[in-house]
Structure formats: structure tokens, C-alpha cells
Design a protein around this ligand. Sequence first.
Ligand SMILES: [Zn+2]
Length: 164
Amino acid sequence: MEIPSPPKLRIGNGFDIHPVSNDPSRPLILGGVEVSSGFGLLGHSDADVVCHAVSDAVLGAVGLGGIGDHFPDDDPSLEGANSLMLLSRCVQMAAEKGWYLINADVTVIAQQPHLSGFLVEISSSVSLTVSAPVSVKAKSPERIGSLGDNLGMVALASALLWQP
Ligand SMILES: [Zn+2]
């Protein structure tokens, strides 16, 4: 009996966390969208946890490590970098290995701000950048621990890729 070969699919997961910045002028950027919040996240780039988590999921799916392996946080040319651009480069690196994104799913964990009014725009922004559907959900940490004290923000992502 001939066993059919499985479809060429790979799944990856991503995690990212950034602390809340003390600099009141720093914008909060999620999925390339500036979210009005009164605070931003601290990071070498624009500290976009959504883009970084999706980037790690895409790279991880195809065994290319993580975003820090390709875009180190001590590279002066990446200071304030637009993470949508970094994500786009990660998707391109996967494509160069013959892997294409089917979809990604993201969960943002943030005590503040309430993100429900921004999720459609964030999802559209990331989807457009990666040319695949990316859903973005928000969860409250329910005032538990450091995230509950609004000391930082986390994003988790899954990505599914296929090879023709
Ligand atoms: Zn990050």
C-alpha cells in the first residue's frame, strides 16, 4: 500500500515582550498602527510586539531562528526601525527557502489600553504587509503580576506556512 505524502506544511510560534517606556513622547506601535495610549513600549526598534511575534513565528516555522538572529538589537542601523519592514523581510527570507505564509494568529496581552477599537486596523495592517490573513486578538492580564500592573506588553503568534 502506498502511503500518500503529507502536504508540505509547517507551523511556527512566536513570543515577544517589551517593557512600558518612561518616555511620554514614545508612541505605542502595534502591527504598524499607532495606538493612542499615553505611553509607548521600550525597545531598540519601534518595539512593535505584534510584528516581532509574527516574525518569530514565520522564521521559526522554517528553521531560521528568531528575529534577533537577523536584526540584532545592538545594530545602530535598526534604531527606531519600522517593524513592519522587518516582518516583511522575514516573510521574504521564508519565501527564499520556498515557504509561503498561509495565515497567522496573534494574541496581545495588555492591561492598557483597551485594544478592541484598534484590532481591525492592526489586523489589516499586518495582513497587508505579509499578503496573508492575520487575526489579532487582545486579552487582559486581569491585573495579575507585572503585565497586570501595566509594566509591559506581550504578544503571542502562530503562523502556518506551506511549500508548493
Ligand atoms: Zn520585540
